[in-house]
Design a protein around this ligand. Structure first.
Ligand SMILES: [Zn+2]
Length: 329
């Protein structure tokens, strides 16, 4: 079963998390593989998307925010888009759009950053947005300070965390066809509960970047974790091997109904709204060509069909029937 573990280093300004997505991840892969149009992900895409999902789970569990956290990479290679979305209750979904073939040994840059135009965007979308409110979004490139292409997703996200939160963060990510997993270590803000409360705290936190000896020691231990270990060992063994000299307090793991799990938030109503946004002319031309409008959810594969009557009702929901009843659903 999928699980998320949180822990603290006693008396030190450092916290950590481990996530292991098993059934959550294989359910997404199964649905993708059964899509006859796209087929299963090539191995490097599977690894990228699994790591993206594990990272999004860690980032969502690391903040107090009532809304979806979305991590997406838009690329200039064969992988046009890879996106993972995690809700505050750890319900999650992910998908990738691939055009053309991806070689079995493709690097991150060969997939999404051929001409250094790839971007990683992190979006926080509040659950109850007031009218006109925009989701918060931060964007980082897929290259480092000297323009060098980054080949590890964890390097891209660590860069983002440092920029956006002024907090040192270390991530180790890995994924294969049965597991998507991640380890996160983060230095806690120097004062109080958060770093969004005032400019003074921000400056203090910036001053602390890279200099906290406890964080540096623990981060070094964390980054010694190998991909095969993260994929092959259980959480107890990983934490014992890495931090056997540290005093660690662990919390009850989140699993089952309160833990990470696959869930898609698509609905017929949302697809209908999307068709309306295309405009009546576009909708009519699709119906003329194909006899109906058929939309498959990219995340879960569910197909939504709108025949000409359904489509007409989308555009005229309040249209009254001759008997005076409404046709609106
Ligand atoms: Zn769906």
């Amino acid at each position: 079963m999928s699980e998320l573990h949180k822990f603290l280093f006693d008396g030190l300004p450092v916290r950590g998390m481990v996530v292991r997505l098993t059934d959550t991840w294989t359910e997404m892969l199964r649905r993708r593989a059964s899509n006859t149009e796209s087929g299963a992900y090539a191995a490097p895409v599977q690894q990228l998307l699994g790591e993206l999902l594990a990272a999004a789970a860690l980032m969502q569990a690391n903040i107090k925010f009532d809304g979806a956290l979305v991590v997406q990479i838009s690329g200039d290679g064969p992988v046009k888009l890879a996106v993972a979305e995690v809700q505050p209750d750890l319900a999650m979904r992910a998908t990738a759009t691939v055009i053309g073939s991806v070689p079995a040994d493709a690097s991150l840059s060969a997939m999404v950053n051929v001409g250094n135009l790839g971007r990683c965007a992190i979006t926080l979308d509040p659950k109850n947005r007031f009218p006109g409110q925009q989701p918060y979004q931060g964007v980082v490139p897929l290259f480092g300070d000297r323009g060098e292409k980054l080949e590890k997703l964890s390097d891209v996200l660590q860069h983002y965390m440092l920029q956006s939160e002024q907090l040192d963060t270390t991530m180790v990510l890995a994924a294969n066809d049965t597991l998507a997993a991640g380890l996160l270590i983060q230095r806690l803000p120097s004062q109080g509960a958060g770093n969004l409360s005032g400019a003074t705290h921000r400056v203090r936190d910036e001053d602390e970047i890279g200099v906290n000896e406890h964080y540096n020691r623990i981060a070094l231990l964390a980054s010694s974790l190998k991909r095969e270990e993260l994929l092959g060992l259980d959480v107890d063994t990983i934490l014992r091997r890495l931090f056997w000299e540290e005093s660690v307090t662990r919390f009850e793991p989140l699993t089952g109904d309160t833990g990470p799990r696959f869930a898609c938030s698509c609905s017929r109503a949302k697809v209908g709204a999307m068709i309306v946004s295309l405009g009546v002319a576009e909708a009519e031309s699709i119906i003329e060509e194909r006899g109906e409008i058929e939309v498959a959810c990219e995340f879960c594969g569910v197909q939504y069909r709108f025949d000409p009557v359904d489509a007409a009702q989308l555009f005229h929901p309040a249209a009254a029937r001759p008997d005076g009843t409404s046709t609106a659903h």
